[in-house]
Design a protein. Structure first.
Length: 345
């Protein structure tokens, strides 16, 4: 008796998966590389020549125009610095949305919608390995690239701080988010949110919209909770003047005769006669303001970034759990063919 057995299914190794994934998403990889290199080059330009030229122009302006002398300064240098700073900041802030939209539409949603994911599972790739291969390399590229851009943005901003009259303060919202590790954590969370949306919806266009909206909602939640994630500093003054502070204001109000701090949204100074009478009625002895100074810059970045990383871990676990639940009972390897043969007697 002779027997003919079917050949075993080829096992796809990890290097082959990575090469295949790079070929599959080659346009996205090229686009990401162009974005990172282009914005990084613009930030280096901003850090060096543009900052020096703008600082010189402002020095000339303060030395001549402010003293009623013939006004001579390089206005184009100031405007060029402002434009490049605004464009690079906007590009960095858009990364979490772009990452989430791509992950939802192309990384998982398109393959689930087309049904090609099940074909991959029959070619020696388990669902767990399939999702791991799709998340690991993009996570590395997104986190590394966004972290590099945030570092260069912070360095470029620091070079102009105190030298350029129109330079943004550290607590300016776009400047704050685009110059620290928080934006890299948001981009990584956006990647996982997009991948999870693609698995849940199974429609690339729907997953794209859901991912972008989810990142927007997450960013709003982070922004609203961020001032309360680290202890504030309190500035107190008497009735004669306002508390002096510089940073992110969290709360303000009046100080009563007993020393209690009562939050207030109106008449937190004696700027008008009506406010003076009103403060007399509520027995105000002074005013206070709770705020975050510049020394809180890094804690305000690192604490929410750590929370986002924890959320990313939870969402990643949820994605693998969802994939396991949906594929339970689905064979990931083809069954071998039955033994056939002919016997002669």
């Amino acid at each position: 008796m002779t027997a003919t057995l079917s050949a075993p299914a080829p096992v796809t190794t990890t290097p082959r998966q990575i090469r295949w994934l790079l070929r599959l998403h080659r346009p996205a990889v090229y686009t990401w590389a162009i974005l990172v290199v282009g914005v990084a080059g613009a930030l280096l330009w901003l850090w060096g020549p543009l900052t020096n030229a703008a600082a010189t122009a402002w020095h000339d302006y303060d030395a001549t125009c402010a003293r009623d002398l013939p006004c001579r300064y390089d206005q184009d240098a100031i405007l060029r610095y402002k434009d490049v700073y605004q464009y690079t900041t906007t590009a960095i802030l858009a990364v979490p949305f772009l990452t989430a939209a791509w992950a939802g539409a192309a990384l998982t949603g398109r393959e689930v919608e087309a049904g090609t994911v099940r074909l991959a599972w029959t070619q020696g790739v388990s669902p767990v390995r399939w999702l791991t291969a799709r998340l690991a390399l993009p996570a590395l590229l997104v986190t590394g690239g966004t972290g590099l851009l945030a570092l260069l943005h912070h360095v470029a901003w620091s070079a102009g701080d105190g030298r350029i009259d129109t330079a943004k303060h550290w607590y300016d919202v776009p400047t704050f988010y685009s110059g620290g590790p928080l934006i890299a954590a948001l981009a990584l969370t956006g990647l996982v949110v997009g991948a999870l949306a693609g698995l849940l919806t199974g429609r690339s266009l729907v997953a794209l919209c859901v991912s972008a909206l989810s990142v927007a909602a997450l960013w709003i939640a982070v922004h609203m909770s961020l001032p309360h994630l680290w202890p504030t500093v309190t500035g107190v003054t008497g009735r004669g003047r306002l508390p002096a502070y510089s940073g992110i204001k969290v709360e303000e109000g009046v100080v009563t005769a007993t020393g209690a701090h009562v939050p207030a949204s109106t008449c937190v100074s004696d700027a008008s006669s009506w406010c003076r009478r009103f403060n007399d009625q509520r027995h105000a002895a002074g005013f206070y303001v709770d705020y975050h100074p510049s020394s809180h810059y890094w804690p305000l970045h690192l604490v929410p970034a750590g929370l986002l990383l924890a959320l990313t871990a939870v969402l990643t676990t949820l994605a693998f759990w969802l994939l396991h639940r949906r594929t339970t009972g689905t064979p990931t390897h083809p069954k071998p063919a039955r033994t056939t043969g002919a016997a002669r007697g």
